[in-house]
Design a protein around this ligand. Structure first.
Ligand SMILES: CC(C)(COP(=O)(O)OP(=O)(O)OC[C@H]1O[C@@H](n2cnc3c(N)ncnc32)[C@H](O)[C@@H]1OP(=O)(O)O)[C@@H](O)C(=O)NCCC(=O)NCCS
Length: 218
């Protein structure tokens, strides 16, 4: 199952390679409202991710991205509300597309994962992390289980932030897969060994080597 997942990664600065002329108007009104409420840098990253995910979804099922409507599902709001936040999904002519999708942004890059025609109830979550963002005081105490923190300190000092980033990517991938996100305290989830959860190698994701990335499929 995990081997059928397709990954795409790209730097925000250059944009998704398949972005087309006219893409600027491709987002739904609710997505544009979210972007407009953000500061300019965050809005740029948000739009880049949303445009790319829409294109990616269309490619996975060979349907035109321009005909898709955002049909996200928030665990708190359900399928009511603006359909533009929560677990990603798209609808064509009012019918939800048979896709499991996930997206993450970090360190100037975007990573997407997609599975076409997933089995019933199959969900996925993906995440990427920059080791430069996780080495702050208190990280281990607030985000890691005791066993995870012990693993980190077994590493040589120069490799500890990379180990922290791997664990954090696994946690976010897992919590996106379940849909709860960080409403579940990250220190409550031990990700040293969970079925369906694995690291993604740079050769597979297309990310620069310094990033940590993880995929959860269950
Ligand atoms: C999911 C979450 C861990 C993402 O972490 P992050 O570091 O902020 O952002 P990332 O770049 O890694 O991922 C962002 C993407 O996660 C996905 N995502 C958001 N909520 C999600 C959920 N509940 N389940 C699965 N995926 C989700 C979206 O694709 C989002 O992209 P978007 O910004 O285009 O909407 C975090 O946003 C979170 O905990 N959200 C849940 C909180 C919640 O349920 N709030 C209720 C709102 S009414």
């Amino acid at each position: 199952m995990s081997s059928d997942v397709v990954f795409r990664a790209f730097p925000v600065a250059s944009g998704f390679p398949e972005t087309a002329v006219g893409d600027a108007g491709l987002l739904d009104a609710a997505e544009e409202r979210r972007a407009t409420a953000m500061e300019p840098g965050a809005a740029l990253r948000f739009r880049a991710g949303r445009l790319a995910l829409r294109r990616f979804a269309g490619q996975l099922l060979d349907v035109p991205a321009v005909e898709l409507a955002a049909a996200y599902a928030c665990p708190q709001c359900g399928t009511e509300g603006d359909r533009a936040h929560g677990r990603p999904g798209y609808a064509l002519n009012g019918t939800q597309l048979p896709l499991s999708l996930s997206l993450a942004r970090a360190g100037g890059w975007i990573l997407m994962a997609g599975l076409a025609h997933p089995g019933p109830g199959v969900r996925l979550g993906v995440d990427l992390e920059d080791p430069a963002a996780v080495g702050f005081p208190g990280f281990d105490a607030t985000t890691l289980t005791a066993a995870e923190a012990a693993k980190v300190v077994q590493q040589p000092v120069g490799l500890r932030d990379a180990a922290r980033a791997r664990l954090w990517a696994r946690k976010e991938a897992w919590l996106k897969m379940t849909g709860s996100g960080l409403r579940t305290p990250p220190a409550a989830v031990d990700v040293l060994s969970l079925p369906g959860l694995r690291d993604i190698a740079p050769e597979e994701s297309g990310l620069p080597r310094h990033f940590a990335a993880a995929l959860a499929v269950c």
